[in-house]
Ligand binder design. Sequence first.
Ligand code: GAL
Length: 672
Amino acid sequence: MLGGHLLHGGDYNPEQWLDCPEILEEDIRLMKEAGVNCVTLGVFSWAVLEPEEGVYDFDWLERIIENLGKEGIQVILATPSGAMPHWLTQKYPEVMQVQADGRRNLPGKRHNFCYTSPVMREKITALDRALSKRFGRKENVILWHLSNELAGNFGDGACHCELCQSAFREWLKERYGTLEELNRAWWGRFWSHVYTDWEQIHSPAPHGEYTMTALTVDWRRFVTEQISGFCTMERRAVAEYSDLPATTNFMDTFKNLDYNRLQKELDIISWDNYPFWHREKDEVPVAAWSAANHSMMRSFQKKPFLLMESAPSVINWRNNNPLKRPGMHMLSCMQALAHGADSVQYFQWRKGRGSYEKFHGAVLDHKNGSDTRTFRDVSEVGARLPGLSSLLDGTVNRPKAAILFDWENWWAVEDTTGPRLDFCYPDWVMEHYRAFWEQGIEADFVDMNADLSGYRLVSAPLNYMYRAGWAEKVRDFVSGGGIFVTTCFSGEVDDTDLCFTGHHPLEDVLGIAPEEIDAPSEEFENSFTYSGKDYPAHTLCAVVRAKEGTELLASYEKDFYAGCPAVTKHAYGSGEAYFLAAASGIAFLRAFYKDVFAEAGLENALGAELPYGVTVTERMGKERVVFVMNFRNEPVCVDGIGTWTDAETGEACADRLQLAAFQCRVLTKQAD
Ligand code: GAL
């Protein structure tokens, strides 16, 4: 466990208060009071660390790090590339990103530098190296935090300047070798888009080429490579004088960067979680979304991750920003731990007085010192974590189920023209995850490069693109005994968005032959009956032929395709494959997966039926540690749980568990 215990703290921006020594003193005193043991420094401090080109001022930072160290508070030290100082953008305009439409950004804001610019690379490398030399071996510095939320700017998160254009062309030369091959892969003769000179290739643009979907997918691949390269460069710079591990903070299901690629450059995964609690009275959709993202972060390296940022109270960037209702702060912190986090970190420690984030919640508000509800909420978490540290040390979630979440598939399916134009890939995937979550079945998220061995069940919703090797991998998985679920509009195209011809690549495994696909308007909604209950079929309804030996679990009931398969099951080798021909909704997915889980021999950690709004997840080590979370704002009981001990109170819990509104209880027993 990094730092030797669960981390509790967050972003600390003392450079905004350097002229108020009393504030800096109060900070450390109140950190102790709130049970804070780790802060992140320097995320946006470039202008203060290097006030003039080549002139470094690190003394203030050293004082802060040492004062924190004296009180036993550890430090995550950031490299400050997330925001550029004005002297840099004034002297070297090339460091400012160019938008897809060709406009160069003006100075200011953040997350908007060019990842290719040699000047940007040179300046930040020099600063990172100097930071590493000065602080890389300090006792209480435990981790490098590289940059901030990479690609987190507007648009496609990329820079489209001439330097990036030529880097893209070089990358394409590497990938395709010849223009002939590129034209073949991109289907260049369509609309006369044959390239005869590498210089003719330009990044996708709203007033230029955006219709060639293979170009767009390759551009996004390139952007991921370019940003990963930038991250690696920063990582090497800080490694010059320091052996500390490195991370960068990810965001939730974030389209602009393939995190499965970027994670390879990092020692530890960390992310920033800002769920929209209290968006509606039913917290389940948001709770499942937040759980899914935690699970995804854990899945990248199949080990504990860090919750790097979260709001201790309110955020400031949605149209309406509800306060966290009593109990929700603790519950959402526990949710992170439940899914594999080894920290609860916030944005931020103290609210700034001015500019864009002055109303974003922080542990300390502008007024009232420690006498606030937020401070008390945070202190409660600070008091609870030490008791859980040794219990969770060495544990991690080891699900037997996986859900495919693949960035290249995401990019491709959302760019496709027809059968719909409004695909939201994460929504499709998250609806499936929610059916898992509601039943307490934890899942990893995997991409098409993943090793599927070890999973009993793999679900691949809206798996439009089959990257090279994927069909074979699924075939092996199923024939070896695995259970595979997939949906309509899957297996349509290869890596460069070229449609498969002849047969569906998994026709033999799925036992179906897709023929047509309907995207019905509301009035043409179809339906099917599954296990005696009626469900709608809408949005996308594949019309497929079942092959001999394929079981029909449900058929369409209306229109000219009445009687055609809506849900099928097909045995292949020692395993089985299910095909969901139509989009239906959570009610159907709940019922469907209940049966699939039974078939796969998967049950939740308590082996109990969970009331709506309650879920469980388990971290395994020498002991089994089970988090039981109630996302309802009212008390509930879970029956049939077997025998456990409440890890925090020592109370024996047999058969029935009571949970208060928004409560999380941690149960334990010896692993078998
Ligand atoms: C994050 C960012 C932080 C802060 C926070 C506010 O995305 O990394 O610097 O802006 O949002 O919610």
